[in-house]
Design a protein around this ligand. Structure first.
Ligand code: GDP
Length: 309
């Protein structure tokens, strides 16, 4: 299955709802336009309904406002869907990942709240990177959850990645330093670091993250080169609040949006990008090993409006 097909499958619940609502909006629009003088009123109705549909998909207030403005700017355009698709694409493409620069190995830090799918994401990302020919070290800097560390070791073995783990009670920053040193000594391309899950409201854990970042920066120039925040799409707008907090204190450069398959509110990807200006880098679309898909704005917009069958 291609990434696009996987994405379509994952977005099915969102797409089903969006497409059926757009279809009835279009049919309604045609009927109303037919009554001639009532057309002006009809367009207000249409905009109200459109707003409702977009909000229901969790596209978020800022993005919805921009989409409605785009529709208003195209008064002659009967095909609302294509106007909305065009504007969605523009918004998503405006947020770009940071350019790859700095020393080798590239250090990728993965952060987030427990239960969002962080460990699963690190495992799947390791597989994706290995498949694209990169050599990597996986670092389990989670010193709290032995089960998560063991799970990650299994993922590492599958991805044929070197694995560095923290001993219980160890300083996570020291483990990160060891992992980067191992990556440098082995000539690896990437050091992928799973950090302990933390609530953005716990200041001691957030300062631990700062220490990890400092230590990584001392071990290799420009590190961490990428900090990915994992967000569970099923928590909706709450995920946006989480992202905002992490963005302020953890230097997040990209988002991994998991469990898109578990929600009809997959528009949250747009809300995150439009409100925070951070790009979505990967999306989780299921429970299988290869259900992590590199995010492409064009494919996402396409999948959003084209059902899987
Ligand atoms: P962590 O606590 O953040 O490390 O979360 P885990 O990686 O342990 O994942 C928590 C649960 O979410 C596990 O049951 C995963 O299988 C599940 N999960 C992760 N990503 C996805 C996804 O994209 N779709 C679905 N349906 N489940 C997912």
């Amino acid at each position: 299955m291609s990434f696009l097909e996987r994405l379509r499958g994952g977005l099915r619940r969102t797409t089903d709802q969006l497409v059926s609502r757009f279809d009835s909006l279009a049919a309604d629009g045609v009927r109303r336009v037919g009554v001639g003088p009532a057309a002006a009123t009809a367009s207000v109705d249409t905009l109200d309904t459109l707003e409702e549909i977009l909000i229901e998909a969790d596209i978020g207030v800022i993005a919805v406002r921009r989409l409605l403005d785009a529709v208003r700017d195209h008064p002659g355009e009967r095909d609302l869907r294509s106007v909305v698709k065009g504007e969605l694409l523009r918004m998503l493409e405006a947020a770009t990942p940071p350019p790859v620069r700095g020393g080798r190995p590239r250090v990728v830090l993965v952060v987030g709240v427990n239960g969002t799918g962080k460990t699963t994401t690190v495992g799947r990302l390791a597989r994706l990177l290995t498949l694209s020919g990169e050599r990597l070290v996986i670092c389990a800097a989670d010193t709290f959850r032995a089960a998560a560390v063991e799970q990650l070791e299994v993922w590492a073995r599958r991805a044929e990645a070197h694995f560095v783990r923290a001993r219980s009670g160890a300083d996570p920053a020291a483990v990160v330093f060891d992992a980067i040193s191992a990556g440098t000594a082995r000539g690896c391309d990437v050091v992928l670091i799973d950090t302990a899950g933390r609530m953005h409201t716990r200041t001691n854990l957030m300062s631990e993250l700062e220490k990890i970042r400092r230590v990584a920066g001392r071990a290799v120039d420009g590190a961490p080169h990428e900090t990915l925040l994992v967000i569970d799409a099923t928590v909706g707008q709450n995920g946006l609040a989480q992202a905002r907090a992490f963005l302020e204190s953890a230097g997040v450069t990209g988002i991994v949006l998991t469990k898109l398959d578990g929600t009809a509110k997959g528009g949250i990807a747009v809300a995150i990008t439009a409100e925070l200006g951070v790009p979505i880098r990967y999306v989780g679309v299921g429970e299988q090993l290869d259900d992590l898909v590199p995010f492409s704005p064009a494919e996402y917009v396409e999948a959003l409006f084209e059902p899987a069958w």
